[in-house]
Design a protein around this ligand. Sequence first.
Ligand code: FAD
Length: 550
Amino acid sequence: MEFSSHNRLEILRQAASQTNDIIVIGGGITGAGIALDAAARGLKVLLVEKNDFASGTSSRSTKLIHGGLRYLKQLDFKLVREVGKERAIAHRNAPHLVIPAKMLLPLIKGGSLKKNSARVALWVYEKLAGVKKEEGFRILTKQETLANEPLLNEELLSGSALYTEYRTDDARLTIEILKTAVALGARAVNYTEATGFIKDNGKITGINILEKLSEECFAMKAKVVINAAGPWVDELRGFDEIPTGKRLHLTKGVHIVVPFSSLALSQAVYMDAPDGRMIFAIPRDGVTYIGTTDTDYNGNKDLPLVNKEEAEYLVEAVNRIFPKSLLKISDIISSWAGLRPLIHEDGKAPSELSRKDELFFSKNGLISIAGGKLTGYRKMAERAVDKAAEILRKDFSMTIPLSNSASITLSGGNFSSISEIGEYVENQTGESKQIEATFAEIRSLVWKYGRNTEHIIGRGFDLWPELEDRNNILEKAEIRYCQEHEMAVFPSDFWIRRSSQLYFTPINLAAQFEKLAPFFYLYGDLTGEAARASEYSFLREVNNTMSFRG
Ligand code: FAD
């Protein structure tokens, strides 16, 4: 129950009764990775997140664990090599969440790559990134490409390159990293905001926090504080001192979602947009999602939304490459927008800014980290904890081992191959016949929760005799599992960031929510006014996915 929504205050009280070795501010993938790396080194860690885990950029990405092909264009060979290695580690440690998928790169007239340059680029990239032989690229002729992807624009097309990328679910990956950190002794609490730093003789010795549900404040002691607040990193740096030197540069990226039938692709496609940028179209779970954009952002960091111009840009780009799809704005069924916390470089356009991560140190001892990608989260975390370890060794005479996160299997990820995941789906379907679970339901759970699916099925067996209404029994079991083992407090936590339904199965979601909300509240901690407010806020988030309609 260390990661239960019912125990949040108790966890904070325990953390307040001791001096934590490291406090991490921010529960996106960067903060989660840091908590895991530090807990695995035997450190006492507390992570606080002001909203839900992964509610910032880490649920709003393109959801790819990139091999770093784009860094080749910038001739950053070291980064290509590092990212390739990290991708392999991410897949090994969570094969149910970091999954190889074919990506087609159409070669078109006036496009960014020609056949020979694509061949050379992919060859160099695969050598540097250490891509497995069986995942190597192929160059396809125009006819082969059209046979593979018949919706492509025949007039523009000269051929294509087919290579391997890895897809993920960013929010679920963040949650699984956190669950693994918690299992190793870390404490992590959502809806808990860092409101200021505690200092002694100018040095940071802790943080003040506000637990938002109870409005209780705590003073938390820490030997080291790491600021991993993503787009809010500079805001936190400002609580410590006036930030000098490098600063953040936020850029917005949006995605739109259409039914699979509106853009029925055989595989993911990485294509040229008319302005020379590259965008993705990725089929998944009955929909195809398309993105992204890259524009400067100075608006409300808590509420980035997709506007009409951005939706039109993506629809036009798709219609140029796939004219037969005749995609329309009215086809869009969901969308999301995210903010890249990049490092500012004078005179550079948004898409030219480096995606490298950067550490910042204040004279008062605050370590801040920003930039980077989902893909490199583990290495970023290692660098941040290495820095914290230097301080802990020097100022507190502690003995801290080196990072071992590369060999830690993430919660639910204990599979040796993709085929073993398939066998597990079959087995669990057999095991859950008595609660009338279907193969499709079990398969969907396994690709989200991995081996923890059996705990959800176990909840289903517990509920079976208890419930009069046994419809949606598995989703009810999933809700309970997420409340007890993934700290889902509000409906949005479950329907958006634990089960990804808002983006990928948005049709009838409001009706499904209405049916299951009473169950959610029955087992959750929200009552009366708080429950009503959370319902309203969830429905507002559902509406926000159609913000481009104005
Ligand atoms: P966040 O996820 O934003 O986490 C920071 C957290 O800090 C937030 O949850 C916030 O609520 C919390 N916080 C802020 N202030 C406080 C406070 N005072 N107290 C407590 N908590 C606080 N990368 C890839 O590898 N592959 C991709 O396909 C990819 N696609 C992308 C597409 C888009 C459109 C964007 C925007 C990014 C993409 N990225 C991708 C990059 C990747 O998503 C980000 O680098 C990563 O998610 C950043 O994670 P983070 O933890 O640093 O920030």
